[in-house]
Ligand binder design. Sequence first.
Ligand code: GRF
Length: 204
Amino acid sequence: LLGIGVLVSGRGSNLDAILRAVRNGSIRGARVRVVVSSDPEAKALKVAERYGVPAVSVSTEKGRAEAEGEILRALESHGVLPESGLVLLAGYMKVLSSAFIAKYADRIMNIHPSLLPAFPGLRAQKQALDRGVRVSGCTVHFVVPEVDAGPIIIQRAVPVRGSDDEDSLSARILRQEHRAYPLAVRLFAEGRLRIEDRRVVVKA
Ligand code: GRF
């Protein structure tokens, strides 16, 4: 069974979508073993609780190295191991060190609310509106040290309407995030993702 750890900072709607997909059997052969939040007040902690998944919060006050040590211990003690586990960033607002990323090499995913490589970084939906693009969407990718730059696993597009504001566009993209992220996890759990030349090949 694939052991999954989910890192969160906020609302937790993607966490919810993944937990639901495990529960209803659309993701098979995997279990979310632990949720780690950078914020003790995050709504995502309540989502974990609803599904009976152990959750901890790890503050970054004492510095990133200390925090990442704690995260690593939380993951390992719940069976999310560097050689065999999967770490999901789901609205996690901290940047992981390259040492941490190297430990879980090709075993960390993130979801980002734009069609990467367009609009990396914060407030991607606002960036898209400001540039007047007609299409945006979301991207699930493997994590590399450069933020939002790793190999792309899945993208889903949505139209951008003239009447959109940041909230309406974010909501339209979020509905696609909730489909894309569980699908990417399912493909990983089924052993169908391979990275070749910085690109992800999906086996049929
Ligand atoms: C999502 O828009 C995700 O793409 C971005 O942060 C947001 C997290 O939302 N990385 P939620 O906490 O999963 O509801």
